[in-house]
Write a protein that binds this ligand. Structure first.
Ligand SMILES: Nc1nc2c(c(=O)[nH]1)N[C@H]1C(S)=C(S)[C@@H](COP(=O)(O)O)O[C@H]1N2
Ligand SMILES: [Mo]
Length: 414
């Protein structure tokens, strides 16, 4: 027997043990016919030059929440990623969520003409071309971005609606600290203001300590140039902070001595540079992506529960899963080595007995911060216990999914 055959036998044996002999899809009789392909894909110059996915794959982004841009009436405010079909931790660039305060308009920037200016409280004002930026030492890091408006509501049916305004990519660029050191930050430079090219500028005020710590000026995303919707040719990455800080189409960084109330800053009322970062950081969070809302388990038997966990506070240290509505918890398996401020894939082998049940996941980060339940969040905001929970601020609460006895999965938020 070849080693591959024996691997397969071993898998089937283990599978049968896991599933108690019930409905493991892989265990079909060997006599089943092996179907032929539907045809052949005819090569074109375009396909040779830049590939595309199979026509049988239809995972897609959706406009989020029906909320329109405040200043581009009728256009989509944010676009959500299809987390229910995600595998691994990297969101393909084509499916990365899109956040914009300017509707669907995307600046069309010629990188040869683009410039980044660093000025304000610095010893030397600097202006860089893209070519010059690429000559600096670079870093490549996995980081998530999440919009602070990524919140679960009882009306949401899928994980794309409850959690789709977060994505994770491999980002490449120059550390902002490298350029700020070139420029020389002067005493009193407590904040930076980062600005994009559009009319509303997508500007944000960021503590200089964060800027010197781990912010990246990114020109690369998932192995190629940053996509236009993600800020081509240059975007700021502010790892772990709310999405709005990650300024796209970046053209200017000003070092300043006080908090600037920019268009984007109205939501951030913490203006003390010593403590601001805590308010801007995304809390420990996780969600089960399979099985999740609107999916269906075809029959009782073996399933791998799978999901994503992340935290603005650093690495994911632990993920627990409950299959009984939060009464008992088991440690999930964590895939690979968790990266700081990056989506982390977790999973757990599970046999569904066919009874109604409720799945939840709970993330603990390396700081020891634990993802709260919705009841804990409600108690924090002094909400009456007999009323539906209204999460204020960022929502990193635990997401419950109910599985009915017919296998249909529903959002269990009330
Ligand atoms: N220049 C600019 N940068 C911006 C925005 C914008 O409208 N303009 N939107 C912000 C918001 S609200 C979010 S949530 C993130 C989303 O990043 P993404 O589109 O790459 O997912 O970008 C931020 N950066
Ligand atoms: Mo956002």
């Amino acid at each position: 027997m070849s080693s591959r055959q024996s691997d397969r036998r071993e898998f089937l044996k283990r599978g049968a043990a896991l599933a108690g002999g019930l409905g493991l899809a892989a265990a079909k009789p060997a006599s089943a016919q092996l179907p032929d392909p539907e045809g052949m894909i005819v090569g074109t110059d375009d396909l040779v030059a830049y590939g595309k996915r199979s026509r049988f794959e239809d995972s897609k982004r959706i406009p989020h929440g029906g909320r329109h841009s405040p200043d581009a009436f009728g256009l989509d405010f944010h676009i959500a990623a299809p987390l229910q079909e995600s595998v691994g931790v990297i969101t393909p660039s084509s499916l990365h969520y899109v956040g914009t305060t300017r509707g669907s308009y995307v600046p069309d920037i010629d990188p040869a003409k683009h410039r980044l200016m660093i000025h304000g409280l610095v010893d030397r004002e600097l202006v860089f071309t893209m070519e010059e930026l690429r000559r600096f030492p670079s870093v490549t890091r996995l980081h998530f971005i999440e919009c602070a408006g990524n919140r679960s509501r009882s009306s949401h049916t899928t994980v794309q609606e409850t959690h789709g305004m977060t994505s994770c990519a491999e980002w490449t660029g120059v550390l902002l600290s490298t350029l700020l050191e070139e420029a020389g930050v002067q005493d009193g430079g407590e904040w930076i203001v980062a600005e994009g090219v559009e009319e509303v500028k997508g500007a944000s005020t960021i503590p200089v300590n964060k800027a010197m710590d781990d912010c990246i000026l990114c020109y690369g995303m998932n192995g190629e140039a940053v996509r236009p919707q993600q800020g081509y040719p240059l975007r700021l990455l502010v790892p772990g902070f709310e999405g709005i800080f990650n300024v796209k189409w970046l053209r200017r960084i000003k070092v300043v001595d006080q908090y600037y109330m920019t268009y984007n800053d109205y939501g951030h009322l913490t203006q003390d540079p010593a403590t601001a970062a805590l308010g801007y950081q995304i809390g420990p969070k996780s969600v089960i992506t399979f099985p999740s809302g609107s999916q269906r388990l075809p029959e009782p038997g073996f399933y791998e529960i799978s999901g994503l966990a992340w935290s603005g506070g650093g690495k994911v240290a632990r993920v627990e899963i409950s299959t009984d509505g939060g009464r008992s918890w088991q440690d999930a398996d964590i895939r690979g080595e968790p990266q700081p401020m990056a989506h982390t894939r977790f999973s757990m082998n599970w046999t569904w007995d066919g009874n109604e049940c409720e799945l939840q996941s709970r993330c603990t980060d390396e700081l020891g911060q634990v993802q709260p339940s919705r009841a804990q969040v409600a108690a924090f905001w002094n909400q009456p216990p007999d009323q539906p929970v209204r999460v204020k601020g960022q929502d990193n609460s635990i997401q419950p999914w109910r599985i009915d006895s017919d296998g249909n999965v529903h959002n269990a938020i009330i």
